[in-house]
Design a protein. Structure first.
Length: 353
């Protein structure tokens, strides 16, 4: 790989740092790129107040690789933040990491990588990429089920996959941290980030208010029969399956639907939250070009969902999934990701139908 150049998305964390180390060890010409997506302007060199950028610079210096800080603010705001705000205001629950991966971390980074003369981009995701016998590229489950990130990568295109390397798919998380410790990477003991990068305090409503200048509008909480049983403080504060914060006399009621047009939160008992059939649109095919007839598969309805056996088919450009057993809290806006033989077959955005 001496003549191959790869741009590594260097976040300043353990995973991306070990990714850069492994690829350099394999003989690639490695370039580290830190993506500025929502922070205030960051100079390309010198000290800054952004800890992640400083950590990335330290890692790059330690590994002896070039490092750039590139501005992706415009791409991030257009593709992620605007989508995030609109989805919540539409009464759905957004999946910003999925969208960011497709349109920012890959699409925008690939363009910048080309300008740097790179053949590939690489990330510290726990997933594998393989070329199948049918000629298509597909993401495969990683070695570690606990950290597997294939769900969040289901929107990647064939062109993106063809030019991507994910070396951590063959490692357990503990192995990756031990590698970092063994070779002395400066961030070896840094904790993994658990927060959404652009809302580190977790206060979504405050963020949406700052973006739009509009406060959430209170409204009615109603049962599926139309009985008003309480008041909500704004639909952006709720998601399907939620019970906390409803403040109802009946403590066994859960959010089962959000009606943005009527500004209503619909509630039901826990049993009514279970569904067998899930429908998704905006489907991205991966392991196969299309789905012919009904096929057996395995699917997930959210990132931390264990997944379940199902039958899937396409109809009117929509993806239908019938689970063998009903699944709890199917949430519009989240992703339905379908697997076959450990590979991502396809995925799309869950809709109400």
């Amino acid at each position: 790989m001496k003549n191959k150049t790869v741009v590594v998305g260097l976040s300043g964390g353990v995973d991306s740092s070990v990714t850069a180390y492994l690829l350099k060890k394999q003989g690639y010409n490695v370039i580290g790129v830190t993506m500025q997506v929502w922070q205030k302007d960051i100079p390309e060199s010198g000290k800054t107040g952004i800890a992640e950028v400083e950590d990335a610079r330290k890692v790059a210096a330690y590994l002896g690789i070039p490092h750039y800080v590139l501005n992706f603010n415009e791409e991030f705001h257009k593709n992620v933040i605007e989508y995030f705000v609109k989805t919540y205001n539409d009464g759905k629950t957004p999946n910003p990491c999925v969208v960011c991966n497709r349109y920012v971390k890959w699409q925008a980074l690939r363009e910048k990588a080309g300008n740097l003369g790179a053949d590939y981009i690489a990330t510290g995701h726990y997933a594998k990429i393989e070329k199948l016998e049918n000629g298509r590229y597909a993401i495969k489950n990683s070695k570690t089920a606990k950290k597997d990130q294939t769900y969040a990568l289901h929107l990647l295109t064939q062109e993106q996959l063809e030019h991507t390397i994910m070396p951590l798919g063959s490692y357990e998380k503990d192995e990756v941290r031990k590698i970092a410790e063994r070779v002395g990477i400066p961030v070896a003991h840094k904790k993994d980030s658990q927060d959404m990068c652009f809302i580190p305090d977790g206060k979504y409503a405050n963020f949406i208010y700052k973006e739009t200048g509009k406060r959430a509008i209170p409204g009615d909480i109603v049962t599926m029969d139309g009985e008003v049983v309480g008041k909500h403080k704004g639909i952006i504060f709720y998601t399907v399956g939620q019970r906390k914060g409803l403040k109802l006399q009946n403590k066994n009621m859960y959010v089962c639907e959000i009606n943005a047009n009527k500004n209503q939160i619909l509630v039901c008992d826990n049993e009514s939250l279970f569904k067998k059939i899930v429908v998704a649109h905006n489907v991205n095919m991966m392991a196969k070009e299309s789905i012919s007839g009904k096929q057996r598969a395995f699917a997930k309805i959210r990132y931390n969902h264990e997944g379940a056996d199902c039958t899937v088919w396409m109809e009117d450009e929509k993806l239908y999934c019938e689970f063998d057993k009903p699944q709890r809290a199917v949430t519009p806006g989240q992703s339905l990701v379908v697997y076959q033989d450990g590979y991502v077959l396809c995925g799309g955005e869950i809709i109400s139908e």
